[in-house]
Design a protein around this ligand. Structure first.
Ligand code: NI
Length: 177
């Protein structure tokens, strides 16, 4: 298995609508193994094949990063989505930035797994944002294309620190009273 090179936005191949996988075979499984290797090396929680210049509809996800709950989605098809949540997300193809956007709260989808079997899945909360983020990659969409705001990681961390400080001050005021 090999870690692959991650394409950096706005590289042209990140804008391609990827092809469906026709047959899940050993080559597909090799690609998926390499995608996981790449993801762990880069400390990401999700990866879409076009990010490593493979223009096929394949997603790998491991939110905990401990290899216990690896998720492979081949030719994912979003069946339903509902609700809305605020999402602050990064991307291995957009290093050093955080984007703010809206994502559905829940998503239901159909996809093939490593064995080529088709399953239905439902995700909510953070997992739903991950799925939608990776699914966008398969359609040539990277979050800066659709984000409401994009901050550098530094700006974002400063903002979060200020918010934390404000709420701490409010708590102190309450204590003083
Ligand atoms: Ni991404």
């Amino acid at each position: 298995m090999t870690a692959l090179n991650v394409l950096i936005y706005p590289e042209e191949h990140l804008k391609v609508v990827c092809d469906p996988v026709v047959e899940v075979n050993n080559n597909t499984r090799k690609i998926i193994g390499n995608m996981f290797d790449t993801m762990y090396q880069e400390e990401g929680i999700g990866l879409a094949a076009p990010q490593v210049d493979i223009l096929q509809r394949i997603i790998t996800i491991d939110i905990e990063g401990d290899k216990q709950n690896q998720l492979v989605l081949i030719n994912p098809e979003i069946l339903e989505k509902d609700g809305e949540q605020d999402s602050a997300e990064g991307c291995l193809s957009v290093p050093g930035y955080i984007g703010m956007l809206k994502r559905p709260e829940r998503v239901k989808l159909r996809a093939m797994n490593l064995d080529g079997a088709t399953n239905e899945y439902e995700f909510s909360g953070f997992a739903a944002t991950c799925i939608m983020h990776e699914n966008d990659h398969l359609n040539g969409v990277v979050y800066p294309d659709i984000a409401e705001e994009v901050y550098t990681t530094e700006q974002y961390n400063e903002m979060m620190a200020e918010i934390a400080e404000e709420s701490e001050n409010k708590n102190k005021e309450k204590e003083d009273k």
